[in-house]
Design a protein around this ligand. Structure first.
Ligand SMILES: Nc1ncnc2c1ncn2[C@@H]1O[C@H](COP(=O)(O)OP(=O)(O)O)[C@@H](O)[C@H]1O
Ligand SMILES: [Mg+2]
Length: 310
């Protein structure tokens, strides 16, 4: 596999914050690459530097063979960007918005209409193309923005928190379109999200926290790395339970979060029956599950992804 994005020792320092602290990674051609991290992790700052919207403090970025510092226009011409905030012209129709973009990117005149129909088809907006954008729902607007991002046949599509503000059903729908795009067009996709379930669709995920990449691998490998099962436990007296566990249980890693005791064990089957007998404190609830990306984040940072570091 060859890498289409290569980032080396990248940093960004704002006046008061080291937003990105020297990160390194490669994105392979054709993959969905996800940046997962809490608010303020540095995801947007990184994506904006790759897309040439923001100047790095130091480090290098090569994308599609172009150095971001030296070939800004070449980079911009070969990528599509879908940002968090809506950037459509609400007073224009869907078709007109796309035509505007074709002109801006100098898509040859003879190809414009055909390309517009092609991208509208992908996002299921053929029948709505003559309607003004102001009449669209949030999900339709997002789909139109994706269509627009595709018009100039980018090799990489950037999506920064593309589903923020959408309801769960629309979010799920949007991911179907994104997966369809990957299948149909083989476009490399670089997305950021702070939703764990969304990061799961990525081929590889970089987990970002406080300006650093703390892990990078496929979601499966990240979870397998933690291994085993997680037992979530509530008791009538968690302090007492923790004391008992520390005295009697040796084979589990123990953490406490939101008043729930988490025990990470190699295999819950072997562990659970003897564990229940061991504990004197009555158990009020017990849940066994496989590790999620949240557990991966927790394992690396000691926090859940929704919690702030302060
Ligand atoms: N224009 C800016 N000026 C100063 N600080 C900024 C600016 N943009 C972002 N930051 C800070 O940089 C850090 C990373 O922000 P950001 O890249 O937006 O994170 P994310 O997209 O992961 O939520 C945060 O601490 C944020 O407050
Ligand atoms: Mg952001």
């Amino acid at each position: 596999m060859s890498s289409i994005i290569s980032v080396k020792d990248l940093t960004k320092t704002y006046k008061k914050v080291d937003a990105v602290k020297g990160i390194n990674f490669e994105v392979e051609e054709g993959e969905i690459f996800g940046f997962l991290g809490p608010n303020g992790a540095g995801k947007s700052t990184t994506i904006n530097m790759i897309c040439t919207m923001l100047k790095p403090t130091s480090g290098s970025i090569v994308i599609n063979g172009y150095d971001v510092k030296k070939s800004k226009d070449k980079v911009r011409g070969s990528i599509g960007i879908i940002f968090q905030e809506n950037t459509l012209d609400e007073k224009l129709t869907a078709y007109e918005n796309l035509m505007l973009h074709c002109r801006f990117y100098q898509v040859p005149k003879s190809e414009r209409d055909e390309r517009i129909q092609e991208v509208l088809e992908i996002v299921d907006l053929i029948d709505e193309q003559k309607q003004r954008v102001e009449t669209f729902s949030g999900g339709m607007k997002r789909r139109l923005e994706i269509a627009r991002g595709l018009l100039h046949y980018p090799r990489v599509l950037f999506l920064d928190e593309p589903t923020v503000g959408l309801d769960p059903q629309t979010r799920a729908h949007l991911w179907e379109y994104i997966l369809k795009l990957k299948e149909k067009k083989g476009i490399t996709m670089f997305l950021t999200t702070h939703y764990l379930d969304e990061a799961e669709i990525s081929d590889r995920v970089a987990i970002m926290d406080q300006g650093n990449i703390i892990a990078i691998d496929s979601p499966k490998a990240l979870k397998d790395q933690l291994g085993g099962d997680i037992i979530e436990l509530s008791t009538e007296d968690n302090d007492q339970a923790l004391k008992e566990i520390s005295e009697k249980v040796k084979e589990a890693e123990v953490t406490v979060n939101d008043d729930i005791i988490h025990l990470k064990v190699a295999s819950s089957d072997a562990f659970i029956s003897s564990f229940i007998k061991t504990l004197d404190i009555p158990i009020t609830s017990l849940n066994i599950r496989k590790p999620t990306l949240n557990d991966v984040f927790l394992a690396f940072t000691g926090r859940k992804i929704g919690q702030t570091s302060e």
